[in-house]
Design a protein around this ligand. Structure first.
Ligand SMILES: *Cc1c(COP(=O)(O)O)cnc(C)c1O
Length: 375
């Protein structure tokens, strides 16, 4: 056994003296975020594909990679703490004041900043369920109470029920559109009606991690709602459409007091200089990146149509993934795919989320899904 294997298997755990340290009760029973598993090569030596984390299958654009490489030489210095260049570029891109832009270590980092800024023990946070798996974790860490509102038929947000769930203890609401992991969007008229029922001092976060993949003209565009409502905050990321998942950079657009609070709760120097530079460069090459997004949207339609033709019932998706509601057979399907070199994301007892990736991976998904249905 190598030294690394030994320490991994715990053989080298020092026999330290003393009893266990007291950890906050809020962390008991908290789910831990499970990253998508790396793809292992299939036995038949076929290339394996990881389609479990909604990543962008394209490698970085040449210009972006070069900018990152050039910036890497300054890693002995702390980055610009307020990401001034990136904030200016985003303010310009979305036509908002720079003071309304707050960055963080991925939009999950910003999400944590939002919860820290608005909710603690005794407060309630309302969100749909099943939705993004980071929600129960960030809320749980804060000590606030999660109020989960089941999805409506079609795996869509049930906004009337979410409005009903708001009490005078509610401080924060997450609206995930398109919803991870089901792919369904919230329509403009639905969000407008919902916001009329939300008290104005309750923050509504529109989590739009997949906004660039949306083609439905009725779908919410969070920024329009931010412009009209002081209690709306838009959450976006460079991880999905922009292909920078590994660099950890996301941002919120929100009104003064919220954006201010997000800067206060940020990890100091959290967004690295390399990440800031890559994000700025990506915005400058947005057209090129959006061509790739368009190709993925085309692949999404191809996969969706093929699966529906096989008899699968899939909620309409506007994101870079599809949801297979497999129920009790979820883990079996995930195992079946893995043996054939396709790592999907199972949610035991509910379903599998599969990312739209390179055409070869999509072809394999279609083939395996067909074999599965044929029994
Ligand atoms: C992927 C994802 C995010 C963001 O991830 P980061 O990499 O932290 O920016 C945020 N919200 C949802 C719903 C997501 O699926």
């Amino acid at each position: 056994m190598s030294a690394t294997e030994q320490s991994r298997s715990g053989d080298r755990t020092p026999a330290a003296e003393g009893g266990p340290v007291r950890i906050r009760k809020a962390l008991d029973g908290l789910p831990s975020y499970r990253p998508g598993r790396p793809a292992a090569p299939a036995p038949g030596a076929e290339q394996a594909f990881k389609i479990s984390s909604n990543e962008n299958p394209y490698p970085p654009l040449p210009g972006v990679l070069e900018a990152v490489t050039a910036t890497a030489g300054t890693m002995n210095r702390y980055p610009d703490m307020f990401a001034t260049g990136l904030v200016a570029a985003l303010a310009d891109r979305f036509d908002v004041p720079p003071a309304h832009v707050a960055t963080g270590t991925g939009s999950v980092g910003v999400l944590q900043q939002i919860v820290q800024a608005t909710a603690a023990e005794g407060d309630e946070v309302v969100y749909a369920w099943r939705s993004f798996e980071a929600y129960p974790i960030v809320v749980g860490i804060s000590g606030a109470t999660a109020v989960q509102v089941p999805l409506a038929p079609g795996a869509r947000h049930d906004l009337p029920a979410m409005a009903e769930a708001i009490t005078d203890r509610t401080r924060l609401v997450f609206v995930c559109t398109p919803n991870n992991p089901t792919g369904a969007v919230v329509r403009r008229d639905e969000l407008a009606a919902f916001l009329r029922r939300v008290p104005e001092d309750v923050l509504v976060v529109v989590d739009e991690a997949y906004r660039e993949f949306v083609r439905d003209p009725e779908a919410v565009e969070g920024i329009d709602f931010y412009r009209r409502h002081r209690n709306v905050c838009v959450l976006r990321t460079f991880s999905k459409a922009y292909g920078l998942a590994g660099l950890r950079v996301g941002f919120a657009i929100a009104h003064d007091e919220v954006a201010d609070a997000l800067r206060k709760t940020a990890v100091p120097f959290g967004v690295s200089g390399v990440a800031q530079r890559a994000a700025v460069e990506s915005l400058a090459r947005e057209a090129e990146l959006l061509e790739r997004v368009e190709a993925l949207v085309g692949e999404r339609a191809r996969v969706y149509d093929a699966l529906v033709a096989q008899g699968w019932e899939i909620p309409h998706t506007e994101a870079n993934f599809v949801w297979l509601a497999l129920g009790e057979r979820t883990l079996d399907f995930a195992g079946f795919c893995e043996t054939a070199g396709l790592v999907v994301r199972p949610f035991a007892g509910e379903g599998c989320r599969v990312t739209i990736a390179e055409p070869e991976a999509n072809d394999r998904l279609i083939r395996l899904a067909g074999e599965w249905r044929a029994g």
